[in-house]
Design a protein around this ligand. Sequence first.
Ligand code: FMN
Length: 455
Amino acid sequence: MNQHIHFNAFHMNAPAHSWAGFWRHPRDRSVEHATLGYWTGLATTAERGLFDGVFLADVFGIYDTYGGNADATLLSAAQSPSHDPMLTVPAMALVTKHLGFGVTVNLTYEHPYAFARRFSTLDHLTGGRTGWNIVTGYLESAARGMGLDRAREHDERYAAGEDFLAAAYKLWEGSWAEGAVVRDRRIGQPYTDPSRIRRITHDGPFYRVDGFNLADPSPQRTPVLYQAGASGRGKAFAGKHAECVFLEGQTPAIVAAAARDIRQHAVDAGRASDDILLYLGATVVVARTSKEARELHAEYAQYVDTVGQLALISGWTGIDMAALGLDEPIRYVPSNALQSTVENLTRRAGRPITPRDMTRFDQIGGRGPFIVGDPREVADQLIAWIDETGVDGFNLRRLVMPESLEAFVDLVVPELQNRGRYRTSYADGTLREKLFAGRGPHLAGTHPGARYRTP
Ligand SMILES: Cc1cc2nc3c(=O)[nH]c(=O)nc-3n(C[C@H](O)[C@H](O)[C@H](O)COP(=O)(O)O)c2cc1C
């Protein structure tokens, strides 16, 4: 196996993302996330590193599971304050040419009609470099904030996701035929040929639409679809709809099994196993020498905010870590939150996982590959994870910004290129064409969204 490795910069529009506390590091610039310059800097570096894209997480609502309130979250800036990710994209698109943008939007608080227009607009503005990370939310705080009594149950969220996607596919794929926009100044009208517009109707269990997409078709029509659910239900959903899947896993064996499972679901849904790119969440601390990298690791570790980290983990798992002793094992309990995260942690081979483990700046706390070393050591380990698990690449967790990303681009990228395991230039075309060489800008014919196309 010698395929090129894919990378996304995994980010969030908040002072802290996967690791709470780094905003206090003297060289960290995350507190500037509310400025455009922060995002244009990130995008420029990621494109210099020939990354597939910036993958923007977003969690709608606030983490208030730890201790039964949001105090620890607010004190530590654990994904709070949280700003809208989508609004950063046009600025990043303006300073880059090839970089993709995977934007998380929680569909539960959207309507397909307005949502389809927003993504069409973004795909136009980025020249077809947009992706949507399909999430349905898992926080009660968001439901309450949106005036609901409680959040939807786990499986119902996926059912609502199916319904939302059917409506969105109709709007993106079915309502404007190819050639509907004539737009020829010399002949004047029609700007748009009404006979090539189809009013679509959708009367589903969760959403109803009667109309056509308000925006004309963007370069990709449907944005590249990302997804990260990894429960049984989540993997079936990913196998059917996702083109890129983000997964976590503590050991190569766990990741390999999840990767096989997702690809099998794609095949069961009538797609090819390589219709999906799999990205594994990874933490990388790299420096010129092994010794410097270890020193940097020790330095960063001092800035991890233990309570902030527990507030995050409590929110992700739905388990109040404040109610557990720091050294008590975390046991799997069915929860309405991230079932996959709980399963992944509690099924790890070896000893039981404790709240204290989850705050450690290492592989267990990082919930997956945690690599510290010089460029050669990092490249060795990245390649080993790829070759042992069958995933396609990594979502690199944000650490101290921008220095950790710059170090990766300056040190690891050339090392992987020297080994023939990384691209040396971008392909042309939309994000979808860059990710899936030899294919077109639109959803593959075997994708379920394609059946809604206007003949
Ligand atoms: C690695 C990973 C990243 C995720 N990122 C987000 C996110 O940014 N925003 C969000 O609302 N949910 C996120 N989720 C939640 C999933 O989209 C999904 O709703 C959740 O995992 C519940 O489904 P599951 O039990 O099938 O995993 C993430 C889940 C995983 C495993």
